[in-house]
Design a protein around this ligand. Structure first.
Ligand SMILES: [Zn+2]
Length: 246
């Protein structure tokens, strides 16, 4: 069985009634946090997922609404006296992230726990029931990155968790559902970014034999209007703090 809880269902523009992106998943006896937007440490406190509770933190991409809470979570675990090693899966340039950590006087060698920084695209080597697939979410930056000779690698990932018969997909942010069609096909539940992809793309999810579609990260006006005109029980709005099972 897989259980999950959406800790943050808000979009990149902060909203008073929603938290920034974060999804907790329990699968195969492991507790994994996908994304860590600002305020995630408070959500972890609220739902008693602190200290040694989490096995791994996985960051889908480096937009602030998905990673801005990470420094505070690492500091919280340090101050709580965590002792269990923590696996931190990062989408790109782990050494640059460690420089950021050190910039903020947060030194992993002084943590009471071991911090293992690993590449997201190798997560299946550590968790046999999790696979990552790269998406097109950041590809629009290509010209800007080239023009300004930046080091950004435009890596953004979606994840499938579970077995082929019973699995959950967390898309994180997407430009189009098509780019992860193979990942989504036949899964039980998809937690999808309902803001960025065109409404027709989100509404095509049942074509991939998905049973339940949970809309998160806010919602585009177009999708909201289309669902109001043609209600479909397979689509539901994310509820923060609810325990979902599959
Ligand atoms: Zn986002």
């Amino acid at each position: 069985m897989i259980q999950f809880m959406i800790l943050g269902a808000g979009p990149g523009l902060p909203m008073l009634d929603l938290h920034l992106s974060s999804v907790y998943v329990n699968s195969g006896g492991k507790n994994i946090l996908f994304d860590c937007g600002g305020g995630t440490s408070h959500q972890l406190l609220k739902y008693q997922m602190t200290k040694d509770y989490l096995d791994a933190i996985v960051i889908s991409h480096y937009h602030p609404d998905h990673v801005s809470g990470l420094l505070m979570v690492l500091q919280m675990l340090y101050l709580e006296g965590r002792t269990k090693p923590l696996q931190l899966f990062l989408p790109e340039r782990p050494a640059a992230f460690m420089d950021v950590l050190h910039l903020f006087y947060t030194f992993e060698k002084r943590f009471p726990y071991e911090l293992h920084v690993l590449p997201v695209d190798e997560i299946d080597l550590y968790f046999e029931d999790v696979v990552a697939a790269m998406t097109d979410h950041l590809s629009g930056y290509e010209n800007y990155i080239r023009e300004h000779q930046l080091l950004n690698q435009m890596k953004s990932f979606s994840f499938r968790i579970g077995t082929p018969e019973n699995s959950l997909v967390y898309t994180s942010d997407l430009s189009d559902v098509q780019c992860i069609g193979a990942l989504i096909e036949g899964c039980n539940t998809v937690i999808i970014d309902a803001l960025h992809p065109p409404a027709t793309s989100v509404l095509s999810l049942p074509d991939y034999n998905v049973q339940r579609i949970i809309l998160t990260h806010g919602m585009s006006a177009q999708l909201s209007q289309m669902l109001a005109e043609h209600p479909d029980p397979r689509f539901e709005h994310a509820v923060e703090g609810k325990v979902y099972s599959l």
